[in-house]
Design a binder for this molecule. Structure first.
Ligand code: SAH
Ligand code: SF4
Length: 357
């Protein structure tokens, strides 16, 4: 099987080329792939012809291909990407334009100030949260570092990286694929390559406690977001079966020990499920759990999907919940994006939309 270049760090490229190539050749290739973002290795014009021919034969660039794209009315794009083994995974592009939003104008994909790219870390997910459509796929496989980075290269193209945010909140549980997620993070942040600031990359986990400590020991790592989703042990266990193994009490202890960088806060995500976890008492318990943590809370109104047995919370509940948390911690309500093309949180399940796209 030929080895994909996307996903290789500089040392990997050097090793793959072999000792007969001078070291600067690996640098030229690295620079072309990650900084210049060539679409084809043959376009690296400063390489000798013989080496280009060898690259063409032995090392495909290895980017995923766009199988389908679904364009939302709000400018969001959901990509269904095809990997080398034929499996597919989803990536979401979410542009924002301040001026346009102020004017109440419709979205235009070429007119944006900032964009968030939501990337997947696995094909499917093993974690089985009851409110999430990705869980219905089951777990298919881990993504390689190259497949994680490839999603950013495809969705962002040559867009300026200082206007991008990356969230590892697509399909999969990133902490169950930590080595590849870390390698992808090094590639995404390398100033000699893609060059996205680690402050602009966030990883979200359902709370795999031992891996949180492991992540904290890494020098180059994304910011950490934790899916809290319930205000007590029983609630979490009912909607997130994995929390029977990783208890809330120990999760909060792991968060207290987590070595935040000076500019960093922990983010807690909380999916509001109507009548399940959205009372004032729930909000007060959340505040108690998070006391003494340097944290903020993102509330996500549950996004519906076929065969998922929950209901949306009343808007009045969402406002009251936020108001209670806000007395103690910064608390935001995440705006749903791309609902019409099944691109919003928890909706990534390869939904086919024959009428659009
Ligand atoms: N597996 C990781 C990251 C992907 S899920 C995790 O669980 O954290 C990203 C976020 O979407 C999580 O906070 C999850 O709780 C939330 N989510 C899942 N299904 C959802 C749904 N149907 N509506 C709203 N948010 C959902
Ligand atoms: Fe997996 Fe996250 Fe969905 Fe849970 S919410 S099933 S961990 S993707």
């Amino acid at each position: 099987m030929p080895q994909a270049i996307v996903g290789m760090e500089l040392g990997d490229i050097r090793a793959a080329l072999g000792a007969d190539q001078p070291a600067f050749r690996a640098k030229q290739i690295y620079d072309a792939v990650y900084r210049q973002k060539v679409a084809d290795l043959d376009a690296i014009s400063n390489l000798p012809k013989a080496l280009r021919a060898r690259l063409a034969e032995e090392f495909p660039l290895g980017l995923p291909t766009i199988e389908r794209r679904y364009d939302s009315i709000d400018g969001t794009v959901r990509y269904l990407l095809k990997l080398a083994d034929g499996r597919t995974v989803e990536t979401v592009w979410m542009p924002e334009s301040r001026a346009r939003e102020d004017a109440g104008d419709e979205a235009d994909e070429h007119d944006w100030d900032r964009a968030t790219i939501c990337i997947s870390s696995q094909v499917g997910c093993a974690v089985d949260c009851q409110f999430c459509m990705t869980a219905k796929l089951g777990f298919e496989r881990n993504l390689t570092a190259g497949e994680i980075v490839g999603q950013v290269l495809i969705a962002a193209g040559t867009a300026p990286v200082d206007r991008l945010n990356i969230v590892m909140m697509g399909q999969g549980e990133p902490l169950l694929n930590l080595p590849n997620v870390l390698k992808a993070t090094r590639l995404l942040t390398d100033p000699n390559g893609i060059g996205i600031s680690p402050r602009r990359i966030t990883l979200s986990t359902s709370g795999i406690i031992p891996k949180i400590a492991e992540l904290g020991r890494e020098e180059i790592r994304p910011k950490l977001a934790i899916s809290l989703n319930g205000s007590n042990e029983e609630q979490r266990q009912a909607i997130m079966p994995i929390t029977r193994k990783y208890h809330l009490r120990y999760l909060i202890e792991a968060c207290k020990r987590y070595p935040l960088r000076p500019w960093e806060k922990l983010t807690f995500e909380y999916v509001l499920l109507g009548g399940v976890n959205d009372t004032d008492a729930d909000a007060k318990r959340v505040v108690r759990w998070l006391a003494n943590l340097d944290a903020k809370v993102n509330l996500i109104v549950w996004n519906p999907g076929p065969e998922i047995p929950f209901v949306k919370p009343d808007p009045e509940r969402v406002a009251a919940f936020q108001a209670i948390i806000r007395k103690s911690l910064p608390c935001f309500i995440r705006k749903p994006r791309g609902l019409d093309v099944f691109a919003a949180c928890g909706q990534l399940k390869r939904m086919e939309l024959t009428q659009i796209g």
